[in-house]
Design a protein around this ligand. Structure first.
Ligand code: AMP
Length: 214
């Protein structure tokens, strides 16, 4: 089963993708994570995208489609969760072609709906374990008092460089201009399911399960 988690930055796509990896043996394909990895390891491509990401703009379709193409050739396990991809109509078309080339289908597109005020609050409060990527939130899921990650025991936590208000404004603008048209696109294709992304993590998780098990 291959699915897209669609929603603005801070909607909870990454958190829910991690649940699905654990429980359904799926593979999370986050283009944001791939790009951050490239940036941190100082590859040529990483250098090219660093400024664009810091500004909160989208990197070129060509780059992200190339990243996804490579991953689709690898182990497919319980299927792919596309997290933060596609973000443009061109990427959506490319994904359809890439899946077809691999003899795969797109089984669900889950739109996670969250209002903008909640997004700003979530994003400016979030951090992740530097070791395993577990997501924390200063208000709703603080780092444990003993300073150890509840998932792996790691003691280093990081905040994303682009999780600041200025960059977030631009990321939201990019979402509404370039990514939100995908909601209509997948609706028209009969593939869209929309869920409330504002509830408790466990409630959102249950709603996603309902869609996948339907
Ligand atoms: P994310 O971790 O999904 O919030 O992505 C972080 C940043 O990486 C975005 O603000 C973009 O600059 C870039 N990025 C991630 N995925 C894509 C994509 N599919 N298309 C274009 N840019 C992307």
């Amino acid at each position: 089963m291959n699915i897209i988690l669609l929603g603005p930055p801070g909607a909870g796509k990454g958190t829910q993708a991690r649940f699905l990896c654990d429980e359904r043996d799926m593979i999370q394909l986050s283009t944001g994570d791939m790009l951050r990895e490239a940036k941190d390891s100082g590859t040529e491509m990483g250098k090219i995208v660093a400024d664009v990401m810091a500004r909160g703009e989208l990197v070129t379709d060509e780059i992200v489609i190339g990243l996804i193409r490579e991953k689709l050739k690898g182990d497919k396990k319980g299927g792919f969760i596309f997290d933060g991809f596609p973000r443009t109509l061109a990427q959506a078309d490319a994904l359809a072609e890439l899946l077809a080339e691999e003899g795969e289908t797109l089984d669900a597109v889950i739109e996670m709906q969250v209002d903008d005020n909640a997004l700003v609050a979530r994003i400016t409060a979030r951090s992740t374990c530097a070791n395993c990527g577990e997501v924390y939130n200063d208000n709703t899921k603080p780092i444990p008092a003993d300073g150890k990650c509840s998932n792996c025991g790691g003691t280093e936590f990081k905040r994303r460089a682009d999780d600041n208000e200025e960059s977030l404004k631009q990321r939201l603008m990019e979402y509404y201009k370039k990514t939100s048209p995908l909601i209509g696109y997948y609706y028209a294709k009969g593939q869209l399911s929309s869920i409330d992304g504002l509830g408790e993590m466990s409630a959102v998780k249950a709603d996603i399960s309902k869609v996948l098990d339907a």
